[in-house]
Design a protein around this ligand. Structure first.
Ligand SMILES: *[C@@H]1O[C@H](CO)[C@@H](O)[C@H](O)[C@H]1NC(C)=O
Ligand SMILES: *[C@@H]1O[C@H](CO)[C@@H](O)[C@H](O)[C@H]1NC(C)=O
Ligand SMILES: CC(=O)N[C@H]1CO[C@H](CO)[C@@H](O)[C@@H]1O
Length: 380
């Protein structure tokens, strides 16, 4: 009897044309879940204390169970007094159907973590936004799958989309899940990719000194193997990170505690309990941004309803692969005074705000000025 019904079912599946229901039934993997913790201080190789409770989005990707750490800051919240204890009441239940809550997602750069957005998140929360801040896979308090993961900007955007759908509701009701995406540095490159992949779910796009405003390899940067990049990654430490950030992020400025905290956070991951997996992962991330340009697709960013804002510190000179390029190639790269204007012309309905005296991380260097410009545009 059972066999009969099963074969009948099988025959009817074969006869019917593929339907969305059938397709999703075939590629079933465990549903993603959100784990509210609490978690150990050293979470997946980072022991930095985050300003709000850390949660884990557990999902399957490329056949692996992965964990993406994130903070979910409700509108009008101040950093909790005991950051490692998730003391705030869980608002899981009410968030799902709150269509009118304005939601912002903050995407960190390669040398930063979700925690680096603390001040921006406080400002946005006070302005009435719910703020969701993930650590991308391979970074900070998220899983570090190392050699066993195909890193692409598309994959990271997809992971982020999965997190948002789990938190905000299904993709069926697209208006319920549209968010403002703000990305810095590598997070800006990822934000542009995200807007290209999910135009109807992007309310506004904000790029802060994004990388990828030019195609470095097309300008002469030679390919460097992942193995060679991994050697350099393994050698990263406090001194090397600080020297790099002083020259690129805060050129000509006296070193301050506000800069130092993020260097120590990152150096501790390079030296931490997942050091080798982190070095391997970061070598793949360098390969990802070098080989997957997004600049050619800027004209295709279907103008989000609220438009795009490009915030650029002009003293920035970031360019991937500059260190291993010939001097004449180096001279061509990282001219943000030119690159910002080019990008603002290429991206439909893009507003450009330039900070002539700031470097790669204007939100850290001059928070008040940066947040003033951001809120002016978001609320304007
Ligand atoms: C964090 O990790 C680093 C690197 O392993 C270590 O040197 C440091 O002592 C740790 N800090 C804390 C507070 O555990
Ligand atoms: C262009 O962007 C602005 C915000 O800078 C927005 O108010 C406006 O609606 C957008 N216009 C179009 C046609 O998308
Ligand atoms: C890949 C990995 O080690 N993931 C771990 C991240 O941290 C969570 C919480 O401690 C663990 O459950 C995962 O196994």
């Amino acid at each position: 009897m059972k066999v009969f019904f099963l074969s009948l079912l099988f025959a009817s599946l074969l006869l019917s044309s593929p339907s969305p229901v059938l397709v999703s039934a075939i590629k079933t993997s465990p549903s993603p879940t959100v784990d509210d913790g609490p978690f150990p201080a050293d979470l997946n190789g980072s022991n930095f204390t985050y300003p709000w409770p850390v949660k884990l989005y557990r999902f399957t990707s490329q056949g692996r169970q992965l964990e993406m750490a994130f903070m979910d800051v409700p509108a009008k919240a101040t950093p909790s007094k005991e950051p490692s204890q998730p003391s705030q009441p869980s608002n899981k239940g009410n968030n799902k159907n709150k269509k009118n809550t304005k939601t912002v997602v903050l995407l960190h750069g390669r040398n930063f973590c979700a925690a680096t957005w603390q001040e921006t998140a406080s400002v946005l929360s006070a302005a009435g936004y719910r703020v969701i801040i993930p650590d991308q896979i391979g970074f900070c308090k998220s899983s570090k799958p190392g050699a066993a993961y195909q890193f692409s900007l598309h994959q990271l955007a997809l992971n982020t989309r999965g997190l948002l759908e789990t938190l905000l509701g299904g993709a069926t009701e697209s208006s319920a899940v549209a968010v403002t995406i703000i990305g810095h540095s590598m997070g800006g490159m990822l934000a542009a990719r995200y807007a290209l992949m999910y135009p109807s779910q992007t309310t506004a796009l904000v790029l802060v000194n994004p990388i990828g405003l030019e195609d470095w390899k097309a300008l002469g940067v030679p390919y460097q193997s992942i193995d060679d990049t991994a050697l350099a990654e393994r050698a990263s430490n406090y001194a090397s990170i600080r020297a790099y950030e002083q020259a690129t992020y805060y050129p000509g400025r006296e070193w301050t505690q506000a800069y130092d905290v993020w260097v120590r956070m990152l150096a501790n991951i390079y030296a931490g309990s997942k050091a080798e997996a982190f070095a391997l992962t970061q070598a793949r991330v360098v390969d990802m941004v070098l080989t997957q340009p997004v600049v050619y697709e800027f004209p295709l960013i279907k103008a989000p309803p609220r438009g795009t804002l490009l915030l650029v510190g002009l003293k920035d000179n970031t360019a991937i692969g500059k260190q291993w390029s010939l001097p004449e190639v180096q001279a061509r790269l990282g001219h943000y005074d030119v690159l910002g204007k080019q990008a603002a012309t290429a991206i439909p309905n893009c507003t450009l705000v330039e900070f002539s005296d700031l470097g790669h991380a204007p939100q850290i260097q001059e928070p008040a000025r940066f947040h003033g410009a951001l809120l002016d545009w978001l609320e304007g």
